[in-house]
Design a binder for this molecule. Sequence first.
Ligand code: ARG
Ligand code: ZN
Length: 474
Amino acid sequence: MTPPRQRGAGRRATVRRHAVLATIPVAAAVLLGAAEAPAAMSTGASGLRDPYYPLSGNGGYHVEHYDLTLRYETATRRLDGTAVLTVHATQPLSRFDLDLHGLEVTGVTVDRERANVGRTGQELVITPHQALRKDQVFTVTVAYNGTPEPVTDPDGNPDGWVPTDDGAFVAGQPQGSMTWFPGNNHPRDKSSYDFTITVPEDRTAVANGVLVGQSTANGRTTFRWRQSEPMAAYLATASIGKFQVEKYTTRDGIQIYNAVDPRQAKASAPVLKNQSSVLEWGSKIFGPYPYRSAGSIVDHAPAIGYALESQGRPVYDSAPDLHTFVHEIAHQWFGDSVSITSWKDIWLNEGFASYAEWLYDEQHGGDSAQDTFDVLYATDADDELWDFPPGDPGSGENLFATPVYDRGAMVLHELRRAVGDTTFFRILREWPTQHRDGHGTTAEFVSLAEQESGKDLGALFQTWLYEDGKPKRA
Ligand code: ARG
Ligand code: ZN
């Protein structure tokens, strides 16, 4: 058998590695954070000190809700946006930041009073007319426009608002949300969202959650989408194109909305027809599907080279194969509902979604997970699979590389062998149940596994998650 393909375009990334490294001003980013450190106590930090993306996210507040009104001209690629954020101050704030990459900001108000705005790199620095108290809930309105430019991730992949020949492919992992709306761009903060997106009437704009309105006037159609369950900014999408739309409700009452580029319709039909059955399968193993809506966005943008598990509605750059489809749906539990608090923990997303592929095969007449493990384990010690340990990828460059996906899944298989199937499947269900709509860390997963199994699993996780090189099997 062929081992499961990884989803992060990591193989391509390896090729591009050197060219791209130089464009990421990591050192500059760290310096900027340091320069700001001595500022007044009531200044919200410019980043959340993520080890790989120190400026992602901001300190001092939690965004409860984003209300994004966007207008996109596909012909000129111009975006006009108004973002209204409902924000809870977690400390006194005389000043705070939002993340925004490029675009022109034409006005910012805080509680309807004009605020002072500065920009340094990706930081939109906002000084409200009046300082905010701890626990004050306030509204920030940002008016902005321009031509969104994707960012290039350390692995060489475009990230954010990526124009296509008929619209835009919008996927923001790990940093791209700031290319199309100002916000708290780190998965540690989760919020509900409303989207109002106006596009030329022959285009469809697809965001997360439920479609709550659609109206056409003067050659433009406005789509209103609502994501009520908490969502990390990187999982937001607003993909635009000439799409074929399909809507139905599953037996479990989940509203499906699929949007497919006609050029990918034939190739994706045999996979998309499994939408309800994969959701049902996942719900049986991992616990109830966490959202009221689901679906797929299948774009025609093959240059992108990856898919993303955008919340409730993964976005594919072309017709997915069944493995990729299962992978992105599994992320709804692992990554979307249970979010990481640091990019270093990425294996909690990718290792689990990859292991879901193995389980799907095993339970649908394909290779057993053990077979898949064995094929991977048989690779030479100098294979890229053993390049680095999945619990410590070391930098943003490695976030979506093979060890995170495949060795990440192998961690779970080793756990399964150590605790037995009954306990293992209980752990796999308890994790998304206990952390639903929230967060989880590697340490929390390890302690759940130890608690459920009554075993000391320290050595197993140490070896498989953190040790360099190909582990010896116990
Ligand atoms: N999380 C996505 C997946 O596994 C991959 C995203 C890759 N993004 C990137 N910038 N390389 O399905
Ligand atoms: Zn993935």
